[in-house]
Design a protein around this ligand. Structure first.
Ligand code: GLV
Ligand code: MN
Ligand code: MN
Length: 419
Protein backbone atom coordinates (compact mmCIF):
# COMPACT_ATOMS: atom_id res chain seq x y z
CA UNK A 1 0.00 0.00 0.00
CA UNK A 2 1.18 3.51 -0.78
CA UNK A 3 2.21 5.45 2.30
CA UNK A 4 0.18 8.63 2.55
CA UNK A 5 1.73 12.03 2.92
CA UNK A 6 1.18 13.72 6.22
CA UNK A 7 -1.34 16.30 4.97
CA UNK A 8 -3.32 13.69 3.05
CA UNK A 9 -3.67 11.60 6.17
CA UNK A 10 -5.61 14.31 7.95
CA UNK A 11 -8.31 14.25 5.29
CA UNK A 12 -10.19 11.87 7.51
CA UNK A 13 -9.84 9.58 10.48
CA UNK A 14 -10.07 6.70 8.00
CA UNK A 15 -7.02 7.90 6.07
CA UNK A 16 -5.08 8.10 9.29
CA UNK A 17 -6.13 4.55 10.26
CA UNK A 18 -5.22 3.24 6.79
CA UNK A 19 -1.85 4.92 7.10
CA UNK A 20 -1.09 3.28 10.44
CA UNK A 21 -2.25 -0.07 9.05
CA UNK A 22 0.66 0.05 6.60
CA UNK A 23 2.89 -0.78 9.57
CA UNK A 24 2.42 -4.54 9.70
CA UNK A 25 -0.19 -4.96 6.96
CA UNK A 26 -0.87 -8.56 5.94
CA UNK A 27 -1.70 -10.00 2.53
CA UNK A 28 -5.40 -10.32 3.28
CA UNK A 29 -5.79 -6.72 4.41
CA UNK A 30 -5.27 -7.33 8.10
CA UNK A 31 -2.52 -6.14 10.42
CA UNK A 32 0.04 -8.03 12.49
CA UNK A 33 1.87 -5.62 14.77
CA UNK A 34 3.19 -7.48 17.75
CA UNK A 35 4.90 -5.93 20.72
CA UNK A 36 8.52 -4.76 20.13
CA UNK A 37 8.68 -5.98 16.54
CA UNK A 38 10.04 -3.85 13.71
CA UNK A 39 6.48 -2.99 12.61
CA UNK A 40 5.53 -1.98 16.12
CA UNK A 41 8.63 0.15 16.55
CA UNK A 42 8.16 1.90 13.21
CA UNK A 43 4.50 2.61 14.02
CA UNK A 44 5.31 4.09 17.44
CA UNK A 45 8.08 6.24 15.95
CA UNK A 46 5.82 7.43 13.12
CA UNK A 47 3.15 8.37 15.66
CA UNK A 48 5.75 10.20 17.71
CA UNK A 49 6.63 12.25 14.66
CA UNK A 50 2.92 13.02 14.06
CA UNK A 51 2.51 14.11 17.66
CA UNK A 52 5.48 16.46 17.36
CA UNK A 53 4.10 17.93 14.14
CA UNK A 54 0.83 18.58 15.95
CA UNK A 55 2.74 20.62 18.55
CA UNK A 56 2.85 18.01 21.30
CA UNK A 57 5.80 17.38 23.58
CA UNK A 58 6.54 13.68 23.11
CA UNK A 59 8.16 11.01 25.22
CA UNK A 60 8.32 7.25 25.71
CA UNK A 61 8.25 5.67 29.13
CA UNK A 62 10.70 2.86 29.80
CA UNK A 63 8.50 0.09 28.34
CA UNK A 64 7.55 1.91 25.13
CA UNK A 65 4.24 3.57 25.95
CA UNK A 66 4.28 6.72 23.81
CA UNK A 67 2.86 10.00 25.13
CA UNK A 68 2.08 13.31 23.40
CA UNK A 69 1.63 16.07 25.94
CA UNK A 70 -0.02 19.48 25.74
CA UNK A 71 0.65 21.28 28.96
CA UNK A 72 -2.30 23.09 30.54
CA UNK A 73 -2.18 26.86 31.03
CA UNK A 74 -3.63 26.75 34.53
CA UNK A 75 -3.09 23.22 35.79
CA UNK A 76 0.09 21.61 34.55
CA UNK A 77 0.36 18.76 37.00
CA UNK A 78 -2.90 16.92 36.55
CA UNK A 79 -3.31 15.00 33.36
CA UNK A 80 -6.37 14.09 31.32
CA UNK A 81 -5.08 10.97 29.57
CA UNK A 82 -6.68 9.70 26.38
CA UNK A 83 -5.72 6.94 23.97
CA UNK A 84 -5.56 3.18 23.48
CA UNK A 85 -3.11 0.54 22.25
CA UNK A 86 -1.35 -0.06 18.90
CA UNK A 87 -0.38 -3.71 19.21
CA UNK A 88 -2.62 -6.18 17.38
CA UNK A 89 -3.45 -9.86 17.39
CA UNK A 90 -1.94 -11.94 14.57
CA UNK A 91 -3.72 -10.94 11.35
CA UNK A 92 -6.09 -8.69 13.24
CA UNK A 93 -8.07 -5.70 12.05
CA UNK A 94 -6.86 -2.16 11.62
CA UNK A 95 -9.29 -0.52 14.07
CA UNK A 96 -8.85 -2.42 17.34
CA UNK A 97 -6.83 -0.12 19.59
CA UNK A 98 -5.49 1.98 16.73
CA UNK A 99 -8.79 3.81 16.35
CA UNK A 100 -8.62 5.03 19.95
CA UNK A 101 -5.07 6.33 19.52
CA UNK A 102 -5.92 8.13 16.30
CA UNK A 103 -9.24 9.48 17.56
CA UNK A 104 -7.41 10.93 20.57
CA UNK A 105 -4.76 12.51 18.35
CA UNK A 106 -7.31 14.02 15.98
CA UNK A 107 -9.63 15.26 18.73
CA UNK A 108 -6.70 16.94 20.49
CA UNK A 109 -5.40 18.40 17.22
CA UNK A 110 -8.82 19.90 16.45
CA UNK A 111 -9.10 21.35 19.94
CA UNK A 112 -5.66 22.93 19.67
CA UNK A 113 -6.46 24.45 16.30
CA UNK A 114 -9.82 25.75 17.43
CA UNK A 115 -9.12 26.92 20.99
CA UNK A 116 -5.36 26.90 21.54
CA UNK A 117 -3.82 25.41 24.65
CA UNK A 118 -6.12 23.83 27.27
CA UNK A 119 -6.46 24.89 30.91
CA UNK A 120 -5.57 21.36 32.06
CA UNK A 121 -2.88 19.14 30.63
CA UNK A 122 -3.93 16.63 27.99
CA UNK A 123 -1.78 13.62 27.17
CA UNK A 124 -2.48 11.30 24.27
CA UNK A 125 -1.13 7.80 24.83
CA UNK A 126 -0.31 5.05 22.38
CA UNK A 127 -0.04 2.11 24.76
CA UNK A 128 2.59 -0.45 23.87
CA UNK A 129 0.71 -3.70 24.52
CA UNK A 130 -2.78 -4.90 25.41
CA UNK A 131 -3.48 -8.10 23.47
CA UNK A 132 -1.11 -10.71 24.90
CA UNK A 133 -0.54 -11.91 21.35
CA UNK A 134 3.27 -12.18 21.26
CA UNK A 135 4.12 -13.15 24.84
CA UNK A 136 1.78 -14.84 27.33
CA UNK A 137 1.11 -11.62 29.22
CA UNK A 138 -1.55 -8.94 28.77
CA UNK A 139 -1.75 -5.20 29.53
CA UNK A 140 2.01 -4.69 29.73
CA UNK A 141 1.45 -1.04 28.74
CA UNK A 142 -1.25 -0.03 31.19
CA UNK A 143 0.04 -2.15 34.08
CA UNK A 144 3.34 -0.32 33.90
CA UNK A 145 1.55 3.02 34.18
CA UNK A 146 -0.23 1.77 37.30
CA UNK A 147 2.96 0.23 38.70
CA UNK A 148 1.39 -3.24 38.91
CA UNK A 149 3.93 -4.96 36.68
CA UNK A 150 7.66 -5.18 37.18
CA UNK A 151 10.49 -7.01 35.42
CA UNK A 152 9.62 -10.02 37.56
CA UNK A 153 6.47 -10.55 35.49
CA UNK A 154 8.43 -10.96 32.27
CA UNK A 155 11.63 -12.58 33.49
CA UNK A 156 10.98 -16.02 31.98
CA UNK A 157 8.66 -15.12 29.12
CA UNK A 158 9.56 -16.14 25.58
CA UNK A 159 7.66 -15.80 22.32
CA UNK A 160 6.94 -18.63 19.86
CA UNK A 161 10.37 -18.05 18.25
CA UNK A 162 12.02 -18.49 21.65
CA UNK A 163 12.97 -14.81 21.90
CA UNK A 164 12.93 -13.58 25.46
CA UNK A 165 10.77 -10.65 26.45
CA UNK A 166 13.80 -8.83 27.81
CA UNK A 167 15.74 -9.26 24.60
CA UNK A 168 12.79 -8.07 22.48
CA UNK A 169 12.39 -5.05 24.70
CA UNK A 170 16.07 -4.12 24.38
CA UNK A 171 16.03 -4.59 20.60
CA UNK A 172 13.09 -2.20 20.35
CA UNK A 173 15.07 0.48 22.20
CA UNK A 174 13.86 -0.13 25.76
CA UNK A 175 16.71 -1.89 27.57
CA UNK A 176 15.80 -3.38 30.93
CA UNK A 177 18.71 -1.49 32.51
CA UNK A 178 16.62 1.70 32.13
CA UNK A 179 13.38 0.12 33.37
CA UNK A 180 11.24 1.94 35.93
CA UNK A 181 7.75 1.06 37.08
CA UNK A 182 6.66 3.91 39.31
CA UNK A 183 2.92 4.32 39.43
CA UNK A 184 1.81 7.56 37.81
CA UNK A 185 -0.04 9.69 40.33
CA UNK A 186 -0.75 12.65 38.08
CA UNK A 187 -3.56 11.11 36.01
CA UNK A 188 -6.94 12.70 36.81
CA UNK A 189 -8.96 10.76 34.27
CA UNK A 190 -8.49 8.29 31.44
CA UNK A 191 -10.76 8.34 28.40
CA UNK A 192 -10.66 5.60 25.79
CA UNK A 193 -12.72 5.30 22.64
CA UNK A 194 -12.68 1.89 20.96
CA UNK A 195 -14.60 -0.05 18.36
CA UNK A 196 -17.22 -2.26 20.00
CA UNK A 197 -15.90 -5.56 18.57
CA UNK A 198 -19.41 -7.01 18.97
CA UNK A 199 -22.79 -6.40 17.37
CA UNK A 200 -24.86 -4.91 20.20
CA UNK A 201 -24.75 -1.32 18.91
CA UNK A 202 -25.57 -2.32 15.37
CA UNK A 203 -28.45 -4.56 16.45
CA UNK A 204 -29.86 -1.81 18.66
CA UNK A 205 -29.31 0.90 16.05
CA UNK A 206 -27.25 2.90 18.52
CA UNK A 207 -24.27 5.09 17.59
CA UNK A 208 -22.31 5.24 20.83
CA UNK A 209 -21.95 2.63 23.59
CA UNK A 210 -21.29 3.97 27.08
CA UNK A 211 -19.51 1.17 28.90
CA UNK A 212 -20.46 0.50 32.51
CA UNK A 213 -18.54 -2.75 33.11
CA UNK A 214 -15.77 -4.76 31.48
CA UNK A 215 -15.74 -8.53 31.83
CA UNK A 216 -13.06 -10.22 33.85
CA UNK A 217 -10.93 -12.79 32.06
CA UNK A 218 -8.72 -15.74 32.90
CA UNK A 219 -6.35 -17.23 30.37
CA UNK A 220 -4.58 -20.56 30.76
CA UNK A 221 -2.26 -22.81 28.85
CA UNK A 222 -3.08 -26.47 29.43
CA UNK A 223 -0.49 -29.07 28.51
CA UNK A 224 -1.41 -32.76 28.32
CA UNK A 225 1.47 -35.19 28.15
CA UNK A 226 0.91 -38.77 27.00
CA UNK A 227 2.93 -41.39 25.15
CA UNK A 228 4.12 -41.00 21.60
CA UNK A 229 3.84 -44.20 19.58
CA UNK A 230 3.16 -45.75 16.18
CA UNK A 231 -0.25 -44.90 14.67
CA UNK A 232 -0.61 -48.31 13.03
CA UNK A 233 0.70 -50.76 15.61
CA UNK A 234 -0.55 -49.34 18.91
CA UNK A 235 -3.98 -50.82 19.79
CA UNK A 236 -6.59 -48.25 20.71
CA UNK A 237 -6.97 -49.61 24.24
CA UNK A 238 -3.24 -49.28 24.96
CA UNK A 239 -2.80 -45.65 24.05
CA UNK A 240 -2.12 -42.65 26.22
CA UNK A 241 -3.23 -40.15 23.59
CA UNK A 242 -3.25 -36.51 24.74
CA UNK A 243 -5.05 -35.46 21.54
CA UNK A 244 -8.13 -37.46 22.42
CA UNK A 245 -8.03 -36.21 25.98
CA UNK A 246 -7.71 -32.60 24.73
CA UNK A 247 -10.65 -33.05 22.36
CA UNK A 248 -12.75 -34.47 25.18
CA UNK A 249 -11.85 -31.60 27.48
CA UNK A 250 -12.61 -28.97 24.84
CA UNK A 251 -16.06 -30.42 24.12
CA UNK A 252 -16.88 -30.51 27.85
CA UNK A 253 -15.58 -26.96 28.38
CA UNK A 254 -17.84 -25.66 25.64
CA UNK A 255 -20.93 -27.67 26.60
CA UNK A 256 -20.69 -26.54 30.18
CA UNK A 257 -20.37 -22.89 29.08
CA UNK A 258 -23.64 -23.22 27.18
CA UNK A 259 -25.60 -24.06 30.36
CA UNK A 260 -28.14 -21.38 31.25
CA UNK A 261 -26.58 -20.96 34.70
CA UNK A 262 -23.50 -19.52 33.00
CA UNK A 263 -25.38 -17.04 30.84
CA UNK A 264 -23.00 -14.42 29.46
CA UNK A 265 -19.96 -16.67 29.89
CA UNK A 266 -17.54 -16.81 26.96
CA UNK A 267 -15.07 -19.68 26.60
CA UNK A 268 -12.54 -19.97 23.78
CA UNK A 269 -9.85 -22.48 22.94
CA UNK A 270 -8.11 -20.41 20.26
CA UNK A 271 -4.74 -22.10 19.99
CA UNK A 272 -3.68 -25.74 20.00
CA UNK A 273 -0.28 -27.31 19.44
CA UNK A 274 0.68 -30.96 19.15
CA UNK A 275 4.14 -32.49 19.50
CA UNK A 276 5.54 -33.87 17.27
CA UNK A 277 2.53 -32.92 15.11
CA UNK A 278 2.90 -35.73 12.61
CA UNK A 279 -0.01 -37.60 10.98
CA UNK A 280 1.19 -41.16 11.66
CA UNK A 281 2.42 -40.61 15.22
CA UNK A 282 0.31 -40.56 18.38
CA UNK A 283 1.10 -37.16 19.88
CA UNK A 284 3.47 -36.99 22.81
CA UNK A 285 1.96 -33.78 24.05
CA UNK A 286 -0.87 -31.39 23.26
CA UNK A 287 -1.13 -27.83 24.56
CA UNK A 288 -4.13 -25.61 24.24
CA UNK A 289 -5.06 -22.16 25.47
CA UNK A 290 -8.23 -21.43 27.37
CA UNK A 291 -9.75 -17.93 27.48
CA UNK A 292 -12.70 -17.51 29.88
CA UNK A 293 -14.70 -14.31 30.45
CA UNK A 294 -17.66 -13.13 32.51
CA UNK A 295 -18.74 -9.87 34.10
CA UNK A 296 -19.32 -11.52 37.52
CA UNK A 297 -16.25 -12.54 39.43
CA UNK A 298 -17.89 -15.44 41.30
CA UNK A 299 -19.26 -17.07 38.17
CA UNK A 300 -15.94 -16.70 36.40
CA UNK A 301 -14.10 -18.25 39.31
CA UNK A 302 -16.58 -21.10 39.80
CA UNK A 303 -16.48 -22.09 36.14
CA UNK A 304 -12.69 -21.99 36.02
CA UNK A 305 -12.28 -24.06 39.18
CA UNK A 306 -14.79 -26.68 37.99
CA UNK A 307 -13.17 -26.94 34.60
CA UNK A 308 -9.63 -27.27 35.93
CA UNK A 309 -10.90 -30.11 38.10
CA UNK A 310 -12.64 -31.69 35.10
CA UNK A 311 -9.43 -31.54 33.02
CA UNK A 312 -7.42 -33.10 35.87
CA UNK A 313 -9.92 -35.94 36.22
CA UNK A 314 -10.09 -36.69 32.52
CA UNK A 315 -6.29 -36.66 32.29
CA UNK A 316 -5.93 -38.97 35.28
CA UNK A 317 -8.42 -41.45 33.83
CA UNK A 318 -6.43 -41.63 30.60
CA UNK A 319 -3.03 -41.92 32.30
CA UNK A 320 -2.02 -38.49 31.05
CA UNK A 321 0.09 -35.96 32.92
CA UNK A 322 -0.87 -32.35 32.93
CA UNK A 323 0.46 -28.89 33.57
CA UNK A 324 -1.91 -25.95 33.77
CA UNK A 325 -0.51 -22.40 33.76
CA UNK A 326 -2.73 -19.42 34.42
CA UNK A 327 -1.09 -16.46 32.73
CA UNK A 328 -3.78 -13.81 32.77
CA UNK A 329 -6.30 -13.05 35.46
CA UNK A 330 -8.20 -9.80 35.39
CA UNK A 331 -11.26 -9.10 37.48
CA UNK A 332 -14.48 -7.68 36.07
CA UNK A 333 -14.35 -3.91 36.48
CA UNK A 334 -17.11 -1.36 37.04
CA UNK A 335 -16.08 1.83 35.28
CA UNK A 336 -16.70 5.36 36.47
CA UNK A 337 -20.00 6.52 34.99
CA UNK A 338 -19.97 10.08 36.30
CA UNK A 339 -19.40 11.47 32.81
CA UNK A 340 -22.29 9.55 31.28
CA UNK A 341 -24.96 12.22 31.82
CA UNK A 342 -22.72 14.90 30.25
CA UNK A 343 -21.94 12.53 27.41
CA UNK A 344 -25.59 11.70 26.83
CA UNK A 345 -26.32 15.39 26.30
CA UNK A 346 -23.40 15.74 23.90
CA UNK A 347 -24.52 12.66 21.99
CA UNK A 348 -28.17 13.73 21.86
CA UNK A 349 -27.24 17.23 20.63
CA UNK A 350 -25.46 15.61 17.73
CA UNK A 351 -28.64 13.73 16.84
CA UNK A 352 -27.03 10.42 17.81
CA UNK A 353 -28.27 7.55 19.98
CA UNK A 354 -26.39 6.06 22.91
CA UNK A 355 -26.85 2.99 25.03
CA UNK A 356 -25.14 1.65 28.13
CA UNK A 357 -23.43 -1.70 27.80
CA UNK A 358 -20.99 -4.25 29.19
CA UNK A 359 -17.77 -4.88 27.26
CA UNK A 360 -16.99 -8.52 26.50
CA UNK A 361 -13.57 -7.59 25.15
CA UNK A 362 -10.71 -6.66 27.40
CA UNK A 363 -9.47 -3.07 27.37
CA UNK A 364 -6.75 -0.98 28.94
CA UNK A 365 -9.61 0.89 30.63
CA UNK A 366 -10.15 -2.08 32.93
CA UNK A 367 -6.60 -1.74 34.24
CA UNK A 368 -6.42 2.04 34.38
CA UNK A 369 -10.03 2.13 35.66
CA UNK A 370 -9.00 0.54 38.97
CA UNK A 371 -6.58 3.40 39.64
CA UNK A 372 -8.02 6.46 37.90
CA UNK A 373 -11.62 7.51 37.06
CA UNK A 374 -12.02 6.03 33.60
CA UNK A 375 -14.48 6.48 30.77
CA UNK A 376 -14.70 3.98 27.92
CA UNK A 377 -17.05 4.37 24.99
CA UNK A 378 -17.63 2.43 21.79
CA UNK A 379 -18.51 3.04 18.18
CA UNK A 380 -20.19 0.20 16.20
CA UNK A 381 -18.30 -2.67 14.58
CA UNK A 382 -19.93 -3.79 11.35
CA UNK A 383 -21.50 -7.25 11.88
CA UNK A 384 -19.63 -7.40 15.17
CA UNK A 385 -16.50 -8.76 13.46
CA UNK A 386 -13.19 -8.10 15.19
CA UNK A 387 -9.73 -9.63 15.63
CA UNK A 388 -10.03 -10.29 11.92
CA UNK A 389 -8.97 -8.53 8.71
CA UNK A 390 -12.72 -8.07 8.10
CA UNK A 391 -13.05 -5.74 11.07
CA UNK A 392 -14.82 -2.60 9.82
CA UNK A 393 -16.38 0.60 11.14
CA UNK A 394 -17.92 3.15 8.78
CA UNK A 395 -16.37 6.58 8.37
CA UNK A 396 -19.50 8.15 9.82
CA UNK A 397 -19.26 6.06 12.98
CA UNK A 398 -15.52 6.72 13.29
CA UNK A 399 -16.14 10.45 12.99
CA UNK A 400 -18.96 10.36 15.52
CA UNK A 401 -16.58 8.88 18.06
CA UNK A 402 -13.93 11.53 17.38
CA UNK A 403 -16.41 14.35 17.72
CA UNK A 404 -17.85 13.01 21.00
CA UNK A 405 -14.32 12.57 22.32
CA UNK A 406 -13.41 16.11 21.26
CA UNK A 407 -16.35 17.58 23.17
CA UNK A 408 -15.76 15.61 26.30
CA UNK A 409 -12.07 16.56 26.28
CA UNK A 410 -13.15 20.17 25.82
CA UNK A 411 -15.39 19.96 28.89
CA UNK A 412 -12.65 18.41 30.99
CA UNK A 413 -9.53 20.21 29.85
CA UNK A 414 -10.81 23.58 28.61
CA UNK A 415 -13.93 24.25 30.71
CA UNK A 416 -12.40 22.43 33.65
CA UNK A 417 -15.54 20.49 34.51
CA UNK A 418 -14.82 18.72 37.82
CA UNK A 419 -16.50 15.37 38.21
C1 GLV B 1 -8.51 -8.03 23.65
O1 GLV B 1 -8.79 -7.52 22.59
C2 GLV B 1 -9.30 -9.13 24.12
O2 GLV B 1 -10.39 -8.88 24.65
O3 GLV B 1 -8.90 -10.28 23.86
MN1 MN C 1 -8.36 -3.38 21.83
MN1 MN D 1 -8.06 -6.75 20.70
Amino acid sequence: MLRLYSSEKYKSVKHFIDWLATFGETEDGGVTRLLYTKEWKNAQNALKQEMSEMGMETYFDTVGNLFGRIEGIKDKQHVILTGSHIDTVVDGGKYDGTYGVIASLLATKMLLEQYGRPQKTIEVVSLCEEEGSRFPLTYWGSKNITGEYSLENIRYLRDLNDISFQHAMGEAGFPIASYQNNKRNDIKRFIEVHIEQGSILEKNKADIGLVTHIVGQCRYTVQLIGESNHAGTTPMAERKDPMVCAANCIVTLTKKAEASYYQGLRVTVGSINAEPNVSNVIAKSVSFTLDVRHHEKDILQEYCEDMIQMIKEKAMKSGIQISIKKWADSEPVALDTSLHSVMRKIIKNKGLRDMEMVSGAGHDSQILGIHYPTTLFFVPSHKGISHSPLEFTSLEDLENGVSVLKEILYKLAYEGVEL
